[in-house]
Structures are given as structure tokens and as C-alpha cells.
Ligand binder design. Sequence first.
Ligand code: LLP
Length: 410
Amino acid sequence: MLNNRNGTLFVEDVSLNEVAQEFATPVFVYSENALRQAFLAYQDAFHQMNTLVCYAVKANGNLNILRLFADLGSGFDIVSGGELARVLQAGGSADKVIFSGVGKTAAEIEFALKAGIKCFNVESMPELTRINDIAGSLKTVAPISFRINPNIDAKTHPYISTGLKNNKFGIPFEQAIDAYRTAQRLPNVQIVGVDCHIGSQLTEVQPLIDACERVVALVDELQKIGISLSHIDLGGGVGIQYKDETLIDLGVYANAVKQIIGERHLSLILEPGRSLVGNAGVLLTQVEYVKHGEEKNFVVVDAAMNDLARPALYDAYHDIVPVCVKDIAPITADVVGQICESGDFIGKNRSLAVEQGDLLCVKSVGAYGMSMSSNYNARPRAAEVLVSGSHKKLIRRRETFADLWQAEMV
Ligand code: LLP
């Protein structure tokens, strides 16, 4: 999606210089083609199974992106009432929505039941009770899966590893059978599946395969006691390339899952987020100052940790490249934002041939970029632009100062 034409970076057929001129900076720029290709790669790889790809809205919830995936047949993995509202607003169908998360409130459960979602991924027994009670009061039956914690080391950053015993997610594997037995006795829930999600930015396929094996073994155990499931949900987690990571081959993953499922009548749900949008987006930012410190150089840009929190939060690496190649000597510098925190950086020790006023392109920010942005330091949120071929469309306008206090009452 990013390509270099005569020393200038383009997203598809649109020059990033032009984007900055028209919409100013900082601005997120997404490639529609890259979004589409990423979705189709899942559909292709898993086409031999009855598979529903449920895009994890948390990665990037812009209505235009949700609409694009909905048009391609996507379902949605949501973790809040707000995300459900976004999906519905974008024209997604509720019957392809699955609801994950450890803390679903009564209001959220009621909203989801009334909307008619496909399934609740239940993460605790009190949550099961609450769902049953609310479904009863609405005179309906709630379709449920349990999110099982398969206790598998996903081999990723501890903050985004979710399948181990010591984190808050899911029901311990050892308690799964009891959980299903309890659910079977409740009048207002219908057991439909089993779910797991072991972590994010996974670069090895084996933990995903191990999780699938554990989940299918559980399906068999349940079958023996008369509880039959119609789907397994293997969560999200497939990593993307930020730097030099090895990538999971979706074909290898799909084949392994197909072998494990074998002849069982099970459909498959996947909840990818990052791998559908991550590499489809860049953040365009302008150099405000080049500052030569005593021990370090700093390239101060107009994007900051409120726009892209990942470096500050996880020490995450995002490649940073100038939009226009310049024939000047590169300097080694930290690329930092304007926020009053030492943790506010976009990249450290980068070699960059840049001057004041130049544009920089921060790569692979389509996932967990805009969706994790904030107004910290009273910074209006960035704009978002969607590129398709030679067309560019503003899909979220830059916030104004008035937006900052819109919800406040004086
Ligand atoms: N399903 C569930 C239940 C999840 O918790 C997540 C992500 C996904 C699906 C999507 O996972 P993905 O395919 O994107 O790996 N903010 C962090 C990532 C947090 C991921 C949380 N859960 C980051 O910027 O790296």
C-alpha cells in the first residue's frame, strides 16, 4: 500500500504530501485496498471451513472501516455497548456480533439482547447468572459461549498475553465442564459454543494450534455428557510486521485447524483485529523542531502519545520514514511528541535525514492507533483519511477546540 514514487511516499495512488496539504497533520491515512486484502486473506485461508471472521472492533472502530468489512461479509467482535452501537451505526448486522469482555454491565447485556447478537462470550459465573436473569426478564434466551482460558503461553508481550492462568480473562480450563453443566440448567441461556483468545501480536502459530487442540478436546468432553456445541471461536492474535517479526502463515494455521476439527460438525469463528487493519494505516506527522541536546538529539513532531500510545505504553516499535527523501546528512534522534511526559515518544534512536517542516510517516498504526488515542494535554484528536486508488476521503474530521469541552457543563 505504501509506495515510493520519485522519492515521495504514496498510499495507493495518493501522495502523502497532498494529504498533509489538504488535511493538515497529524493525520491517520488508511489504504482501502490493504484493508480489503487483509480481510480476503482470512476468507481465502479458511474457506474450506464454515468460518465467520468477526473483526475485533477495538483495533479501529471508524464507521467507514466497519462498513467496509461488513460489506465484505464480516462479523464483529465487540467488548462494549459503545462498540455495538458503532457496528449498528455502520450498518453491520447484530446477528454476526459476538460480545467478549470480563465486565459486561447489565445495560450492555440488555442492549445486546435487544439487538439480537449472535453470542455472548461469557467470562465468569456471575456474568452467566446476570445474562440468564436479564434474558429471563426480557422473555428471551441468550446464546452463550464460555471463554475458556487454555493456559497457553502465547509468547508475546506480557501486557497483551491473555491466555495464562494469572490473568483476568476467561474461565480456567479445569472449571470448564462444571461451567457448562451449570449453564445447561439455566432456562434463559442457550449454549452454542466455546471461545478462547490467548494473546495479541502472536508470531508463532504453535500456541494457536495448541489452543485449538485444547478447545476441541473440551468440545469432545462436553459431547460425552450430552452438551453439543455448534461453533468454536479461536479469538484473534495473529501478529503483523512492525520491524522484522516472523509472520504466521494463515494457510498453515487454517490447515492445522481443519485437521483438528476433522469430521466434527463445528463452525469456526475468528476475531482478528490487528492483522486486518494494522499494516493498512500510517500516521502522518510534521517536524516542528530539530533539537540538539547535550547527549541526544530530538525530532519534535506534531503527533504525540495521545495520538499513538503504543510506544509509550508497550515500548512498541513503529518504523518512521520521511515522506520525501532528502539529500542531507541523517542524524540519530528520538522522535518525540509535545506532551509533558518523558514517556511521550514515537520512536527512539532513529536515523533520519530531516529538517524542520518535513513530513514523517509512522508506519503500521492502523490497529490500536486512533482507537487508543485521547485528548490528553487538551490535544484535539487527529483526522482520518481513507485512500482508494487516487481518491482520498476524510473519514473523521480533525477535532476542534470546541470538541474538547463538548460534554462538559458549565
Ligand atoms: N478478541 C479478544 C477477546 C481480544 O481481547 C482481542 C484483543 C482480539 C480479539 C483482537 O486481537 P488481535 O487480532 O488484534 O491481536 N492495545 C494492544 C493490543 C491489545 C489487544 C487486546 N485484545 C496493542 O496496541 O498492541
